[in-house]
Write a protein that binds this ligand. Structure first.
Ligand SMILES: [Zn+2]
Length: 60
């Protein structure tokens, strides 16, 4: 079974470890090599990424 798919970090393009952090955006799945990259990606893409739980007190 060679089902291992090489994933590249969506931020820095480094190889992503099997348990690397990931983020699901609708039908798209982003993967990151580390929590740091995930955090930075979130910062850069606020609005696109599902807000953690921070979004609650704000009604537009
Ligand atoms: Zn990365």
């Amino acid at each position: 079974m060679s089902k291992t798919k090489e994933l590249a970090c969506d931020l820095c393009s480094l190889p992503v470890p099997p348990q690397g952090p990931h983020l699901v955006l609708g039908d798209r799945e982003l993967v990151f090599c580390c929590e740091g990259c995930q955090g930075i990606w979130r910062m850069l893409n606020q609005g696109a990424a599902p807000a953690p739980a921070d979004n609650k007190g704000r009604s537009s």
